[in-house]
Design a protein around this ligand. Structure first.
Ligand code: ASP
Ligand code: MG
Length: 421
């Protein structure tokens, strides 16, 4: 069997959904399809949640109606009658509105998962129904019953053993050749919805591949494959046809948007190749990530990680930071879910570059208790793999660099964000 994953950008329009049919019908293997929420639905659901948490229920409901209209607009283009659309959407939107009306926004993370997970439920319901109208028989699955996680809401960890058992019970290829389930979402053992972290659908695809012993996992994306840089930021990008798992982890961890950093481990563990292929040119090969490649990557790879904060931390009592405080500093960061993208230390202070998320102020507050803490927001971390002087000059000229690191192959520059004129 194979796993196919379609992301939000691929399913943001009727055209995209129709394209899934042609891609899926071109493959006769048993298949598990993982789908994200449509377009920017997850962002929109986050706005609903924020209004709900502020107890602005009317605002939350108004936002919800916009989300409903967006999905209706797509359904109207793919289904013959409004009745079909109503049958799919009405029960779901009624359920969500009830949650909003009756719920009390106490625990942000828990409510996040309960509400935001509907983005994927809605998209998969629509796509499953549409595939059926196109004679692509399939079985819709609710991953909130099959992908078992812990209760670390918003960043839940999958329990592979429990999920394997559940998923294998649900997926019987003798009954259906195609199953379709949501990316990004699961549930704890009590049945509370959980999510796996933003952009987590790639990770779901990898986990499903591992749990079902897939021959391969394919992520269909709105790019030609894996490029050596983000074409929205850097000119003259080239396709990297083959990468090792180690290459991919390094790129993803440095902030390459191409795949979620957690995606590689479940694949590497089971030696499953990951294809990244162009959704709108399905005949093209794209890129493959696997255990061994014929040649190493021979072009510089540029990765820009945005919205970074540089935090410098110094013990108030002048103790040596590396010996005495390192593990404490990291346990505080970890507790507040702060992702560290770079570390630099001196005798008495340590600097970390972190993603500036909504959790950061609380982490900094806690660090203030024991340390002198200074920080700068609005930074970008540029990682150049396979670096050379020319490319460094080209990419950093005129930029204010707050910190840089070099190893044999890799250069990293933490720079102030470019002012827009
Ligand atoms: N829909 C989720 C998000 O936008 C998960 C995903 O697309 O991978 O973050
Ligand atoms: Mg997405």
């Amino acid at each position: 069997m194979v796993v196919y994953k379609f992301g939000g950008a691929s399913v943001r329009s009727a055209e995209g959904i129709k394209n899934i049919v042609s891609i899926v019908s071109g493959n006769s293997q048993n298949m598990f399809i993982v789908v994200s929420a449509m377009g920017k639905t997850t962002n929109a659901m986050e706005r609903v949640l924020d209004a709900f948490m502020r107890a602005e229920k009317n605002e939350a409901l108004a936002q919800m109606i916009e989300i409903e209209q967006f999905h209706r607009g797509i359904c109207n283009q793919i289904f013959y009658s409004e009745k079909e659309t109503d049958e799919i959407l009405n029960p779901l939107f009624t359920e969500i509105k009830k949650l909003i009306i009756n719920g009390i926004g106490d625990d942000y993370d828990r409510w996040y998962d309960r509400l935001v997970s509907y983005g994927e439920i809605i998209s998969t319901k629509i796509i499953s129904a549409y595939l059926k109208t196109q004679k692509v028989d399939n079985k819709w699955l609710d991953m909130r019953h099959l992908l078992i996680t812990d209760s670390n809401f918003r960043e839940a960890n999958v329990n592979m053993e429990q999920s394997r058992k559940k998923l294998r019970e649900a997926v019987d290829f003798k009954q259906y050749k195609i199953f379709i389930g949501q990316g990004f979402i699961g549930a704890n053992l009590k049945g509370d919805a959980t999510t796996l972290g933003r952009e987590g659908s790639d990770y779901t695809a990898a986990v499903v591949g591992n749990l079902l012993d897939a021959q391969s996992v394919t992520i269909w994306k709105d790019v030609p494959g894996i490029l050596n840089a983000d074409p929205r930021i850097f000119p003259n990008t080239v396709l990297i046809p083959e990468l090792t798992y180690a290459d991919a982890v390094e790129l993803a961890y440095s902030g390459a948007q191409i795949i979620h950093p957690k995606t590689i481990k479940p694949l590497e563990n089971a030696n499953i190749p990951l294809f990244v292929r162009p959704f709108y040119a399905p005949a093209e090969f794209g890129s493959v990530i696997k255990a061994q490649t014929a040649h190493a990557i021979d072009v510089p790879v540029l990765i820009l990680r945005e919205n970074q904060t540089l935090v410098s931390i110094r013990p108030r009592d002048f103790s040596f930071v590396l010996e005495d405080s390192l593990s404490h500093v990291f346990s505080v960061l970890n507790k507040h879910r702060i992702k560290v993208s770079l570390i630099q230390s001196s005798a008495v202070s340590i600097s970390v570059c972190v993603d500036n998320t909504r959790y950061l102020p609380a982490a900094l507050d806690e660090l203030f208790n024991d340390y002198l803490v200074i920080y700068n927001h609005n930074l970008e971390l540029l990682t150049i793999r396979g670096t050379n002087t020319e490319i460094e000059n080209e990419t950093t000229s005129g930029r204010e660099i707050l910190l840089s690191q070099h190893t044999r192959r890799i250069a990293r520059f933490l720079m102030r964000k470019k002012e827009l004129n």
